[in-house]
Design a protein around this ligand. Sequence first.
Ligand code: ZN
Ligand code: ZN
Ligand code: ZN
Length: 171
Amino acid sequence: MNPFGVGHSGDDFAERTARCGCCGLPFKYQTLRTQPEARHWCPDCEEHHPQDGEPIEREVDRLRAHDQVLRQRAADASAAATRYETQMLGLREQVAAALQTRDDWRALLEDVRSAHIEEEAGRCSCGQAFPCVTLDVLNGDPGRAQHVADVANQRQRRRWLDTEGGDDPYG
Ligand SMILES: [Zn+2]
Ligand SMILES: [Zn+2]
Ligand SMILES: [Zn+2]
């Protein structure tokens, strides 16, 4: 059985979007490329769309059906909003956890740093010669330390030029 009908393949069809003249909601449908069909009613409204001189029952059925569809849409939108909200909460928790981890490491480094002070000339509070191996590690490699100093200098210079203008005392 050919689902597209005798003599037709899927390539003969195009998807169209229209707005239902009954419920006012957009809908999609497949129609032949060569003989496009203009549809005015969505599948939900084909049975009950307005007609001239229609009995009052038809109008009541229509309003009831629309009410049901709109309620369903509202429920779906509300569920989507709740899902989104839950996702946002999850992300916020992840960010909070990451920040907490960062703060924990920073506090640990600060604790370690405070255990290595030059208590007396040339001697670290850990008992080794000052600066001790731990301090060397904490201060990082000289290249990185220089980079940090350069960035700080550039910032200071830019700020000076922004506020004072005129001659560059650093240039
Ligand atoms: Zn409709
Ligand atoms: Zn309708
Ligand atoms: Zn030390």
